[in-house]
Design a protein around this ligand. Sequence first.
Ligand SMILES: Cc1cc2nc3c(=O)[nH]c(=O)nc-3n(C[C@H](O)[C@H](O)[C@H](O)COP(=O)(O)O)c2cc1C
Length: 363
Amino acid sequence: MNAPHTEPFLTLQEIVAAARRNLAPGPWSYLVGGAETETTVRRNRQALDSIAFRPRVLRDVSSIDSSADFFDKKIRLPVMLAPIGGLESIVEGGAASAARGAAQFGVPLMLSSVCQPGLEATAAAADSVRVFQLYVRGGDAWVDDHVKRALDHGYAAFCLTVDVAMYSRRERDLIGRFVKPWRATAPAGSNFQSGLSWDQVKRFKDKHGVPLVLKGIATVEDAEIAVQHGVEVVYVSNHGGRQLDHGLGSASVLPQIVAAVGGRAEVWVDGGFMRGTDVVKAIALGAKTVGLGRLPCLGLAAAGAPGLVRALEILENEIQTCLGLLGVTSFAELTPRHVTAAAPVAEPGVFSAFPLLGDPADH
Ligand SMILES: Cc1cc2nc3c(=O)[nH]c(=O)nc-3n(C[C@H](O)[C@H](O)[C@H](O)COP(=O)(O)O)c2cc1C
């Protein structure tokens, strides 16, 4: 499925092109697609493209440190592999390959509960910094069992994804008749997490001491409720535009949520982050960690774990170039004064961050 890593990729654009060549139409559409009109997908990019930089000069940037903290661990960049269900349809070895790449490069992996080879085998595959993300498909005892297994296998935190009350209409998958391996075994007619409420978050916090991440917060109102429940991380996300269509871009709601949370929890963000400049924008606006969804998958699809490592190396190069050109030597020196609003110059799309290739979705 994935070509050996023979190409010396110099740009992320080449990695996207290689991924496109390697993936069959079904997995490709599953990876790149969003819900219904894919307006939320486009807004994620539009929000990032609506932020411009305000560079400062003559500040001796001869030595740049782009590392960050993740709970009590040092990581190489303030980014994390966001949870991806069904990675096994994108790369041989599924999450085990992702874990190997993440560990080799030095960034955390959040493992989806609907990804093979599962919680234990992924932990055994590589000693990556890791978080476990659960889709709640059982009762309290079932959830508690997953928490125990995650803690027993070195996961540093637990995540509930909360933007999936219903499973959305992914029209690329529907038109292509692509059935995700893990959806094929879901109970017929199941409405995903429609029964979940803040009561379960309260129960979780009362029962478990593990840091809790709530992924899929998109409003200041819910960020406030999350903080009141004592969650450690408010993860701003619209699921990469794959759940509710016609939402706002993540980067456009980030500043208000950072302000509302006011340091009472960490704020993480994802949605459309494809470039080093995107990551720098989020950190300048107050995010602690940026989740990468499709980008690592493209690296994995291009060339397996080495392809993921290469994608992250290029991202690191982009980030360090951006930091230096902004006149800062570390993320700690970045402030909201380094960014400002600006009109986007490109038509937003899932691949608008890679303009030299045209739109690989059309290929
Ligand atoms: C193929 C694919 C599968 C995903 N599966 C999950 C999942 O199992 N659990 C989850 O919380 N989010 C899932 N997501 C959402 C990502 O974790 C993340 O929120 C999103 O991809 C970020 O946007 P980006 O792809 O534009 O970076 C998935 C995303 C993709 C692209």
